[in-house]
Each structure stands twice: as C-alpha cells, then as structure tokens.
Design a protein around this ligand. Structure first.
Ligand SMILES: Nc1nc2c(ncn2[C@@H]2O[C@H](COP(=O)(O)OP(=O)(O)OP(=O)(O)O)[C@@H](O)[C@H]2O)c(=O)[nH]1
Ligand SMILES: [Mg+2]
Length: 381
C-alpha cells in the first residue's frame, strides 16, 4: 500500500508529508523546494482491540496511543506540478513516474488561494483553488495519455488484448481491469484520452484543502466541498506543530484528535502558536484533518481493513506472550487464507483453519475478514 502526495508547488505537500511521517524534509514559501521525492512511513488510526481485554498491546510495527492503534503505511511526496507540465513546464512531469505504484493520491490544494498557478506567493484569496483541482486532473490525464500512447506504439503492429495489459501493471492496474477497458473502448488508437480517463479511475484522489488557518480558506473549503467529493479541510503546519509539541512532552495529543492538553510549561511564544492552532484550525474544523485524510484514503476510499493475527486466541498474544503484536492492512476482499499468506508463505501453505478470537468460532479459508478482526491461524504439517 502506497499513498502519493501531489499538487502544485508551495501548496504544502512536504509540510503535510512531514506532519504525517514526523520527518523534517525541507519546506519553504517558494516553488520547487522539493525536487527528489521524499519517501516515508505514516500511520492510519484505528481503535485497538487491546481495550477489550484490559491489557496493553505490544506493537511490532507502528504504535498505540490511548487505545488508538497507528498502523504503518508508505507515503511519497514528489515535486510540484504546474499547468503545462506534460509539455515540460516547471519540472515537467517525468517525476510522476515515482507515483506509479501509488494506490491512492492525496491532492494538497492551497485552499487559502495565496499562491498562483506556479506556486508563487500572492495575496490570499486571489487564486480560486478550484482551478488547482481542475488543472491537476488535466495533468494527470496527460501523463496517463502518454503511457497509453507508448503502450499502443509497442503493440499496435500485432494488437493483442493480453499483451497490452502488461503495460499497465507498472501503474498498479491489473490485467483484468485493463481487459475490461479494451472490451468497452476497443484498442487505444485515437482514444488515448478515453483510455486515460478510465485508467485514472483506478487512482482515486482525495483533496486535502490545505492552509485552512489562512483566510479566506474557510469559505473556499465550503465551495470546494460543494463542487467535489472527498474534500477534507487540513492544516499541515498545525499537525506538524502539534505532533512536535507532543513528542517534546509539552502537550498530550493523539493525531487526529480535536483537542490537546498542556502537560509541561511552555514559552509564551510556543503557547501563542498552539493557541492559534486551537482558534484557527481545531475549533472551526474539529481537527487538523491530516489524520482524517490518511484514514479516508485507506479505509473509506480503498476499503482496506486492519486485522490482528494472534497465536493464542484466548490471550490474544503471539508465541512469546506479546499482546496483539501485529496489525496488518489487508484489501477489502481479503480472506482468512490471505491473512495466512500475509503472515508467511509457509503459514499459507499449511493453512488448516482459522479461529475468530472473539467468538472462538472456527472460520474457513474463504471467510472474508472484517476490520478489527482478531484471528488465529491453525496450521498442519
Ligand atoms: N499557514 C499555513 N501554511 C502552510 C500550511 N502548510 C504548508 N504551509 C506553508 O506553505 C509553504 C510551502 O510548503 P511546502 O510544504 O514546502 O510546499 P510544497 O507543496 O512541498 O512545495 P514544493 O516542494 O515547492 O512543491 C511553506 O512556507 C509552509 O510553511 C498550512 O497548513 N498553513
Ligand atoms: Mg515540497
């Protein structure tokens, strides 16, 4: 699972990335700060089942905060995209190849309208953020069109349905999906655009309406939400600041929460910064939105679920007594057998049955797992 961050320069992509990954890649109020992609690990938040058994969990990966399990997911932040990138404007769009593997895209938009099409600072409100949404879609389509054109170039001498599908697996779009496009549209000759539109449906986009702390972003957010689906108001800078203050022991804050609590004496300047976040972001919008975007991408848009394999179905531990050590993100249709293979190929091969650790009922290999399931896999020799 990979999440890709896209958007024009200076919209706040890297700040969002830093907030989400707790890294500190370079950010700045001028275009093309990022050239080489930033790759990292972020986390989606879900209720941890340890709260049901009154024991603390011991995560092998990710972490758990006050009953909230944070499950790792890869995320990538790339250079800014400008209108005309497919014709070489700005840094062009070659770097989009870094996003080929992404399952879902987060489009970070400067909802304050304080940057022009190229990412140069202007007076907030001067740019209509809807234009950013439109042009980015155009650029992504142009990128896909190019991929379609190249694929067709290679197979057109001897057109073959099976052959052409191979050119899109690198985009994370499987053969069955591409074959359906061939059935519906025919071969891409002269239909590159239609093909691009069909392919783009397999890269769902969530809009992070960012910089909500800057007027007139709140009005622009409403307008964006009226026009498009999957718009989440965010402030990357607020989330970054809160996570940093929490790591530093100054506040108690669980990423995604709508409030924080002061736990250590702060300087007046620090307190002022946090007060600003409370007034401009948390109170009007309910959260900084960063965790919400990530969760929406993974759980709502992609429909993934978190499943917890255990070896002891009564104590919910592994062989060493660690409570709920693993939390796996699995695709929507994943079964008990898929979970077994995910743990280890050998566990998959020796699969006999699974046990639902809540009900202690046996479940078969084809049983589709649900979000939050705690499961023991029974293996034979
Ligand atoms: N007020 C406010 N400023 C923000 C927010 N997020 C980012 N910024 C500022 O926007 C500017 C650009 O941020 P970056 O994260 O470098 O933007 P980028 O999209 O990665 O830009 P490029 O790498 O140049 O494409 C910086 O000055 C950030 O501090 C936010 O939520 N609120
Ligand atoms: Mg950047």
């Amino acid at each position: 699972m990979l999440i890709g961050i896209v958007g024009k320069p200076s919209s706040g992509k890297t700040t969002f990335f830093n907030a989400a990954t707790e890294q500190s890649a370079k950010t700045a109020p001028y275009p093309f700060t990022t050239i080489e992609p930033n790759v990292g690990v972020t986390w989606v938040r879900t209720k941890c089942p340890h709260t049901e058994i009154g024991k603390e969990c011991q995560p092998n990966h990710g972490f758990c905060l006050e009953g909230n399990r944070f499950v790792p997911v890869e995320i990538i932040d790339v250079a800014g995209l400008v209108p005309g990138a497919h014709e070489g404007k700005g840094l062009g769009n070659r770097f989009l190849d870094e996003l080929r593997r992404a399952d879902v895209l987060i489009h970070v938009v400067d909802a304050s309208g304080g940057t022009d099409a190229e990412g140069n600072p202007i007076r907030p409100g001067e740019r209509d953020p809807s234009e950013d949404v439109e042009f980015l879609r155009e650029e992504l389509l142009a990128w896909f069109e190019e991929i379609v054109r190249k694929a067709w170039e290679k197979v057109k001498k001897k057109p073959d349905k099976g052959e052409i599908t191979g050119y899109f697996t690198g985009l994370g779009i499987g053969p069955a999906k591409v074959e359906r496009i061939v059935d519906r549209l025919g071969y891409p000759e002269g239909k590159e655009r239609e093909w691009a539109e069909e392919l783009l449906k397999f890269k769902p986009i969530i809009i992070a309406a960012n910089k909500v702390d800057v007027d007139p972003a709140p009005d622009n957010v409403k307008e964006l939400q009226r026009k498009y689906s999957n718009v989440v108001p965010t402030s990357g800078v607020a989330e970054y600041t809160l996570r940093k203050a929490a790591r530093g022991g100054y506040i108690r804050y669980v990423p995604g929460d709508g409030s924080f609590e002061e736990v250590r004496e702060m300087s007046p300047r620090q307190r002022e910064g946090l007060e600003y976040i409370k007034e401009r972001v948390l109170e009007p919008f309910g959260s900084t939105g960063v965790q919400q975007v990530l969760n929406r991408a993974v759980f709502d848009v992609l429909g993934y679920k978190v499943v917890y394999p255990v070896e002891d179905e009564n104590r919910w531990t592994d062989g060493k007594g660690n409570v709920l050590p693993d939390a796996y993100l699995l695709p929507p249709d994943a079964t008990a057998l898929d979970l077994a293979y995910r743990i280890h190929t050998e566990v998959g091969e020796r699969f006999v049955a699974a046990v639902d650790a809540r009900t202690k009922r046996r479940i078969g290999k084809d049983h589709v797992l649900e979000n939050g399931d705690v499961v023991k896999i029974v293996t034979g020799r």
